[in-house]
Ligand binder design. Structure first.
Ligand code: ATP
Ligand code: MG
Length: 435
């Protein structure tokens, strides 16, 4: 029997996981500085939560859900995105309670599942990192969170980034805009794509978001949502823009940007890269304000702001930029063994070196010394320790500095008790000899 991974899934082999670890470590450090804390929610939830949370008319819910009935006949879905589960958990665990610091600043990282046609940068199991801030209506929250998103990408040296913003206003002002938009689009009905025809009355804003070329042309002259904002939303948007300008953060306003998820209000944003890898303008991060969702999911009225991005696409971008991933686990010592006695002495040597915090590899395959040295070279070991019958009899070990090529004898007992001091002494003795 030949087993193969399922379509749209990927094995991350060690040459890839080192990249993931590096990216995650950098991201986690930055999130800590912005004082975000991690939340881990289940990979599957009641299907209904996503229908509610993501929006009944979104592509995710209508076409891409990985759903099934479990043995108890519950309708379940693998999570297609992170926000719905975090909001459910926020409500269920009453994180809005008075004992918690406000706003609540959470991040998540992990696999998401969407039943899509796999292609480069599009998988059925992929990974997202996202943040959610609960409890602050302050436009500073919008700005700080967008800034965090920009910072996350900048720390990998990605600088061809554009911050695109828009405001969707309040749900009541959006009602007026909806009507105006339908009035504008109706005369073009026959020319609209099938998807847009279906959405026109259910959720006309999504027509603005269409990727169809003809649709794009039609919506170019559509009325602008910004002309329909009520006073409060207008003020909020002004403040966001002023704060961005205060920080000298360039941004572009795109009044046709509405985002795929249905739950947003007021500020929404995307970060776009002009890197040719992704065509002209590709979104690498998106998010916005969603003040109604916590209530929708059964909690108290709670402002919220968040964003998410895909890690596979970030890695594609970094690979394309020839980003240099640092060696995060340099090898301090490789132990070359010659003979049977060395085999068990090497256990002891490796153990003692690791106890002292060194990163150590040893020979297991009993190969010829030349082969072992080659391996040590390949692994870029700082030192090679050579153990043979003679050495063990005399209680010593040969230590070779691979960079200088200098080899010396050291007492095993010294290495076992004080590796670092022994090595330092060795190096300074050698230096003195040279002078
Ligand atoms: P797209 O237009 O590419 O389908 P989307 O609008 O569905 O993206 P979101 O729902 O906003 O994307 O998800 C946020 C991010 O998650 C995307 O920008 C992308 O990086 C990543 N993402 C979404 N779907 C996939 C997928 N199937 N495979 C890999 N990454 C994905
Ligand atoms: Mg999609």
């Amino acid at each position: 029997m030949n087993y193969q991974k399922l379509k749209g899934t990927a094995d991350l082999l060690p040459n890839e996981t080192v990249k993931w670890q590096h990216i995650e470590e950098k991201a986690l450090n930055l999130l800590k500085k912005y004082r975000f804390e991690e939340i881990r929610t289940p990979l599957f939830e009641q299907l209904e939560l996503f229908a509610r949370g993501v929006g009944e008319t979104s592509d995710i819910v209508t076409k891409e859900m990985y759903d099934f009935f479990d043995k108890g006949n519950r309708h379940i879905a693998l999570r297609p995105e992170g926000t719905a589960g975090v909001v459910r958990s926020f409500v269920e665990n009453k994180l809005y309670g008075p004992e918690f610091q406000k706003p609540t600043k959470l991040f998540y990282i992990g696999p998401m599942f969407r039943y899509e046609r796999p292609q480069s940068g599009r998988q059925r199991q992929f990974h997202q990192l996202g943040v959610e801030v609960f409890g602050s209506k302050n436009p500073s929250t919008d700005v700080e969170t967008m800034l965090l998103a920009m910072d996350l990408f900048r720390q990998y040296g990605i600088d061809d980034l554009t911050l695109v913003i828009n405001s969707l206003g309040s749900s009541s002002s959006r009602q007026d805009y909806r009507t105006a938009l339908i009035d504008y689009l109706e005369p073009y009905f026959d020319q609209l794509s099938q998807d847009s025809k279906e959405r026109l009355y259910k959720n006309p804003l999504r027509v603005l978001d269409s990727k169809d070329r003809k649709d794009k042309e039609i919506v170019k002259d559509a009325p602008s949502i910004l002309d329909y904002l009520d006073d409060e939303s207008q003020k909020h948007f002004e403040m966001v823009k002023n704060m961005l300008e205060d920080l000298s953060i360039p941004y572009v306003i795109d009044t046709n940007m509405v985002r795929g998820l249905d739950y947003y209000n007021d500020t929404i944003f995307e970060i776009i890269t002009t890197n040719p890898k992704f065509g002209a303008n590709a979104t690498i991060c998106a998010g916005g304000r969603y003040d109604g969702l916590v209530e929708e999911v059964g909690g108290p009225e709670t402002s919220a702001f968040g964003f998410g991005f895909g890690l596979e696409r970030l890695i594609l971008l970094l690979d394309h930029m020839n980003y240099s991933f640092p060696d995060t686990n340099p090898l301090d010592a490789y132990i070359v063994t010659i003979g049977e006695k060395a085999n068990s002495e090497a256990n002891k040597l490796a153990f003692h070196l690791r106890q002292q915090g060194q990163s150590v590899e040893r020979e297991f395959m009993n190969r010829k010394p030349a082969k072992q040295f080659k391996t040590a070279d390949k692994m870029k070991a700082a030192y090679v320790f050579i153990l043979g019958d003679n050495e063990i009899e005399q209680g010593i070990v040969q230590v070779k500095n691979l960079q200088s090529g200098v080899q010396s004898e050291v007492a095993l007992s010294d290495v076992y008790s004080e590796f670092e001091r022994t090595i330092n002494k060795l190096e300074s003795d050698l230096k003195r000899e040279e002078e």
